[in-house]
Ligand binder design. Structure first.
Ligand code: NAP
Length: 247
């Protein structure tokens, strides 16, 4: 069996990119805490896939928008698996397609809460659980952003794009804050990846637009996340990698 790397917590680990990341991390030697919102069947499947690889794994329901839930999530993973050494800040949602002049406040609030506010709550909890400043052994945070943060997503969801730009700024700023506390902070910007997050027909419409001529698979993002979480990326912090087929 691969040498143990410790315990990783993956938010949104039950489906899509987070599910693929959980399995890739288990393959790479991590025991995996799988956070999810409501799809316990999917999260249980990911736990089974990780344990089939010889690792320990645990599914925990928690809404990452709620600070108390985030604390409970970190407590449950620490109690069940041991001290956390890496956190994949992955849970996220898109909003329905539309122009900025059509958005109402509730929509904007929701997308910023789930994508940006939650990323800060999870990152803050990760620092409190991993930083040498708090008596821990250090670790890695990988923030899952989006190419939308750079492209802007005109006519689709500029609010989503802006919420992911906030995640990119979190990666840079937090990396500088905690670099001397044993924590590296990194990000990935996926492009068009085949998961359930897209509105019906979106991948058919846009899937061949990347220069590589196809949408990406969650496993192709997961590989990069596993690399960033590992010490194979030991001289990297404060940077975000595009995984977008050139788009
Ligand atoms: P997905 O298949 O829809 O999965 C989203 C995951 O996030 C699910 O596990 C869901 O839990 C969880 N989640 C959503 N809201 C949550 C909340 N409030 N609290 C806790 N968990 C919550 O999405 P995906 O495509 O894998 O996306 C994962 C990340 O990649 C997101 O941050 C997304 O913005 C980013 N991304 C995706 C793409 C793409 O093309 N797919 C491109 C760029 C960036 P349940 O399973 O319980 O519902």
């Amino acid at each position: 069996m691969t040498e143990s790397r410790g315990v990783v917590l993956v938010t949104g680990g039950g489906r899509g990119i987070g599910a693929a990341a959980s399995v890739a991390l288990a393959k790479d030697g991590w025991d995996v805490g799988v956070g999810y919102l409501s799809r316990d069947d999917e999260a249980s499947r990911v736990v089974a896939a990780c344990t089939a690889l010889g690792r320990r794994a645990l599914a925990v329901q928690a809404d990452v928008v709620e600070a108390a839930d985030v604390e409970r999530l970190f407590d449950a993973v620490t109690d069940g698996l041991g001290p956390i050494g890496a956190v994949i800040n992955n849970a996220g949602v898109v909003s329905p397609s539309g122009r900025v002049d059509e958005y109402d406040a509730a929509r904007i609030d929701r997308v910023f809460r789930v994508n940006a506010v939650s990323a800060f709550l999870v990152a803050g909890a990760a620092v409190r659980r991993m930083s040498t400043k708090y008596g821990h052994g250090g670790g890695v945070i990988v923030n899952v952003s989006s190419r939308a943060a750079v492209l802007g997503s005109a006519g689709e969801y500029v609010d989503y794009a802006a919420s992911k730009a906030a995640v990119d700024a979190l990666t840079v700023g937090l990396a500088n804050e905690v670099a001397n506390e044993g924590i590296r902070v990194l990000g990935v910007r996926p492009g068009l990846i085949e998961t359930d997050i897209h509105e019906a027909g979106r991948l058919d419409r846009l899937g061949t637009t990347p220069p590589l001529g196809r949408p990406g698979q969650p496993e192709e993002v997961a590989e990069v996340i596993a690399f960033l979480a590992s010490d194979r990326s030991s001289y990297m912090t404060g940077t975000t990698m595009d995984v977008s087929g050139g788009r």
